[in-house]
Design a protein around this ligand. Structure first.
Ligand code: FAD
Length: 507
């Protein structure tokens, strides 16, 4: 099945909207009951899938409403000629306890594979700036980035361990709050004298790879929080953030949650059903979709992300702090582009092109069934591009990650192919998260001051409505793990409340 989401570009067919995925659900609607539901869940990303599954397994009568034609939300994979390009959330790690609990539940531990493979010919790191281009070994890359990052995070003489000792209680040390007021640029200004030019370039691009905002709009505390979750080391960051993915793609994981919920017989669902308004009354909550259908339940779990929550009308209105937080939103406008290139040896290449290029950070991420190298590239708000609006600029940005370096010699070994760029840009796949009306951004990353002012309010309920999303998780906020953490929390609350209501009504 092909989802409406995402884009593919090939030299033969040009740009096409829509990407095939096993996450597309058909039939799109299955409603087995007309009675009020115990609970409605809005959103079939990992928060919504976890909450739905847990409540179905507990015997509750659940209705799942989703705006898209597919499950997975901001984490989904394509299936193009048998290869899973990851359109959103990709990498998972066993240090992420919620995600690993689910991987164990579905016995998928053996279905992971490493992204990096440093065994091929172009086995080096390329650092390109406005002024020069340098290549170095991957060991030198690690040393450069680790040294720069350690200078950046070492606010307490112990690599941030004193300031953020418990990442699941971010402000356990109250001194951490002052770092939430700082942007990463503020922190860079403090340490700028100690950084070499290459360290500065590597550091800025690594930070922007994490936030996909700008240096001014990225909270320094939030970066410290990620650092703490990753075990206070650069190596930990690489392992947890960008190393291990599903061989068959994220949608092969998400579908397990959906199928388990479905197997209980307690699940009704409607895809292609964007919600417009939510009315909360004394003992019930009513959800109305854009096409005018209304559904009622005892409880509602909304997993609508932060940057689009403001598009829903709530009655009674949301509290002022949450409303203000949804107006501010998170800053992540990641651009993630996959390119399939003919040079097999680029499998072992990594690169940074910053600040001039529209794509900043890229790695060899796999080999497609056709034997081509799959390169994944990231850009962000600091030098933003809308890939489908300017395919040539996107091609140029991919090529500019390693110009000529996608081997002129290699080109020679492919006689008959006239243009290097034709080879380099065989296929491109992407999802424009910035223009996605059900996300308006990629993974959560907070601007300065946001966590101090808004996190607690975002986690509060509103009458019969519970709010569940990775964007306001406590632990791996921004990650699939945080989505599962949140879905688990919402399901537990609803299960306990409805159980006690039912017990009372039997007395
Ligand atoms: P979502 O996935 O956003 O789910 C919310 C759902 O609500 C969506 O399906 C949406 O369609 C639906 N919805 C929204 N509005 C409405 C409406 N009005 N009516 C009905 N439904 C609606 N995480 C990692 O762990 N590892 C990674 O490598 C990683 N990389 C990422 C790369 C990218 C490009 C992106 C975008 C994200 C990445 N993430 C990664 C983050 C991760 O994908 C998210 O944190 C996680 O998927 C969020 O899950 P969620 O269920 O909380 O929210």
């Amino acid at each position: 099945m092909t989802s409406r989401d995402g884009f593919q570009w090939t030299p033969q067919n040009g740009l096409k909207q829509g990407v095939p995925s096993i996450g597309v659900i058909s039939p799109s609607t299955k409603i087995t009951s007309n009675t009020p539901w115990d609970v409605i869940v809005i959103g079939a990303g990992y928060s919504g899938l976890t909450a739905t599954r847990d409540m179905c397994v507990a015997g509750l009568n659940v209705l799942l409403l989703e705006a898209r034609d597919r499950i997975g939300g901001r984490s989904w994979s394509s299936n193009i000629e048998g290869y899973p390009f990851e359109m959103g959330g990709t990498w998972v790690h066993w240090h992420q306890a919620n995600v690993w609990r689910e991987i164990s539940r579905y016995q998928m531990g053996e279905e992971l594979e490493p992204s990096f493979d440093f065994s091929r010919g172009v086995n080096y790191f390329e650092l390109r700036t406005d002024k020069h281009s340098t290549t170095m070994s991957h060991e030198e890359e690690d040393t450069l980035l680790a040294t720069a990052l350690e200078k950046f995070v070492n606010v307490d003489g112990d690599m941030g361990r004193i300031i953020v000792p418990f990442p699941y209680a971010g402000f356990h040390n109250p001194d951490a709050r002052k770092y939430d007021k700082m942007s990463v640029l503020d922190r860079l200004n403090v340490i700028s004298q100690s950084l070499t030019p290459n360290e500065r370039t590597g550091l800025e691009s690594f930070i922007l790879l994490c936030s996909c905002g700008t240096l001014e709009t990225t909270s320094f505390f939030e970066f410290l929080h990620w650092w703490a979750l990753c075990g206070y080391t650069y190596r930990g960051c690489m392992d947890c953030l960008i190393s291990f993915k599903f061989k068959q793609g994220q949608s092969s994981f998400a579908i397990k949650f959906f199928n388990e919920a479905l197997s209980t017989g307690s699940l009704s669902y409607a895809f292609d059903s964007p919600v417009k308004s939510i009315q909360d009354e004394d003992k019930k909550v009513t959800v109305t979709t854009r096409d005018g259908r209304s559904f009622t339940a005892s409880r509602l779990v909304t997993t609508i992300p932060l940057n689009v929550l403001n598009d829903i009308t709530f009655n009674p209105p949301l509290d002022p702090i949450r409303t203000q937080a949804t107006k501010i939103g998170h800053v992540n406008q990641c651009v993630k582009v996959h390119a399939e290139i003919s040079n097999k040896d680029m499998r072992s290449w990594t690169g940074i092109s910053y600040p001039f290029n529209k794509l900043t950070y890229a790695i060899g991420d796999g080999t497609t069934p056709a034997g081509n190298t799959h390169i994944v590239c990231f850009g962000g708000q600091h030098n933003h591009i809308q890939p489908e609006e300017d395919v040539n600029a996107t091609k140029a940005a991919v090529t500019s990650m390693a110009p000529g370096n996608m081997d002129i010699q290699r080109l020679v070994s492919f006689p008959g192919i006239p243009l290097f760029e034709e080879i380099a840009n065989k296929l491109k796949v992407f999802h424009n998260w910035s223009k996605d009306e059900f996300a308006k951004g990629a993974w959560f990353f907070s601007p300065p001051g946001f966590i101090s002012s808004s996190l607690d309010a975002l986690r509060q309920r509103h009458g019969n409505i519970l709010f569940s999303n990775s964007d306001w998780a406590i632990g791996w906020r921004s990650f699939i793990d945080g989505a599962i953490e949140e879905g688990t929390r919402a399901a537990l609350t609803v299960k306990e409340e409805l159980r006690s209501t039912r017990l009372r009504s039997h007395l």
